[in-house]
Design a protein around this ligand. Structure first.
Ligand code: IPM
Ligand code: MN
Length: 355
């Protein structure tokens, strides 16, 4: 199989972890007889530095012409500390998601048994946890209008918008996914307060009754869900939620896996799929060969499976990561004593894929 992959390393640790994911894809191509052509493009703070735009037209073109996109991370502290910045790196990612129609963000989380001892949570609570967050990605507070500052600058506002259609299309994907898992969907919302959440409940309840009554459906308010995630994560199978709640809940759920550096994600929708670690650009450890590339490498596995239908190839990557972690070959975020760096971890994955 020959495929074109858009390669967008981005900022901070993005280039380091994306390079290891690319290495894994190249190893898979060699082993299974495929050809992957990578086209690199700018996004985020690096794109602002070079072009003034965090998502240049040229990058959009590369994305549209690719069969899938491998993405690193976005963000730079010089913007975080400057609320008045006219353009921000994050805008690049948001515009990319919106303009490519990537409305469904899939974030799987599982507790790795060998890492349970490194988790700040009690082993018996997290052992066996295996869930996936379906986060709506192109609407809600992130995109709603109007938004802005009042003329005197003394107040600011955003709008949370959702249409029934936007809810239905991701809810269908969540129900379908549940059928291939443990057959349960939990809708996380704030329907006791927000009108948009009440629309989510209404639409999801009707869709469930009409088309997915074989799947178990329950509802949790987001504040309670945040607590349940830590108290009893094993109760969750598929979590379905809106954009901002999904952003927060998915970072929280990474504690179950043992590290934010372990969680991959896929953003899919109407066109090409985008695959990225859920973590940010971690500028504090950038350029030091310290970042855990597992999340990026596992994102490459999701890319192979969801965009190219290459199930065996995806398994080869997942097994390699499992084996590395299971044998204690981990980066410092997981075990402070470890001397394994980003590159060494990636090299080990390549070795294991080729084995
Ligand atoms: C994520 C990130 C982004 C988000 C930021 C970088 C805009 O936190 O992918 O979860 O909030 O969606
Ligand atoms: Mn986030």
């Amino acid at each position: 199989m020959e495929k074109n992959i858009g390669y967008l390393p981005g900022d901070g640790i993005g280039p380091e972890v994306a390079a290891e994911a690319k290495k894994a894809l190249e190893a898979v191509a060699e082993k299974f007889g495929h050809k992957f052509n990578f086209t690199e493009a700018l996004v985020g703070a690096v794109a602002i530095d070079e072009t003034g735009d965090p998502y240049p037209a040229e990058t959009h073109k590369v994305c549209q012409e690719s069969d899938a996109i491998l993405f690193g991370a976005i963000g730079h502290p010089k913007y975080d500390n400057d609320p008045s910045a006219a353009v921000r790196p994050e805008e690049g990612l948001l515009r990319m998601r919106k303009s490519l129609g990537l409305f469904c963000n899939i974030r799987p989380v599982k507790a790795y048994s060998v890492l349970e001892d490194f988790s700040p949570l009690k082993k018996e609570r997290i052992s066996g946890a295996d869930l996936v967050v379906f986060r709506e990605l192109t609407s809600g507070l992130y995109f709603g209008s109007p938004r802005g500052r009042t003329e005197d600058g003394k107040a600011a506002f955003e709008t949370c918008n959702y249409t029934a259609e936007e809810i239905t299309r991701i809810a269908k994907m969540a129900f379908e996914a549940a059928r291939n898992r443990r057959n349960k969907v939990t809708l996380v919302d704030k329907a006791n307060v927000l009108v948009t959440s009440r629309l989510w409940r209404e639409v999801v309840t009707k869709l469930h009754a009409d088309e997915y009554s074989d799947v178990e459906l329950d509802y949790l308010f987001v504040d309670n869900a945040a607590m349940q995630m830590i108290l009893n994560p094993k109760q969750f199978d598929v979590i379905l939620t809106e954009n901002l709640f999904g952003d927060i809940i998915s970072d929280e759920s990474s504690v179950i896996a043992g590290s934010l550096g372990l969680l991959p994600s896929a953003s899919v929708g109407s066109s090409v799929g985008l695959y990225e670690p859920i973590h940010g650009s971690a500028p504090d450890i950038a350029g030091q060969n310290l970042a855990n590339p597992s999340a990026a490498i596992l994102s490459a596995a999701m890319l192979l499976e969801s965009s190219f239908g290459l199930v065996e190839e995806a398994k080869a990557i997942i097994s390699a990561v499992d084996e590395a972690l299971n044998t204690g070959f981990v980066t410092k975020d997981i075990n402070k004593e470890s001397t394994v760096g980003t590159k060494e971890f990636g090299d080990r994955i390549v070795e294991l894929i080729k084995k």
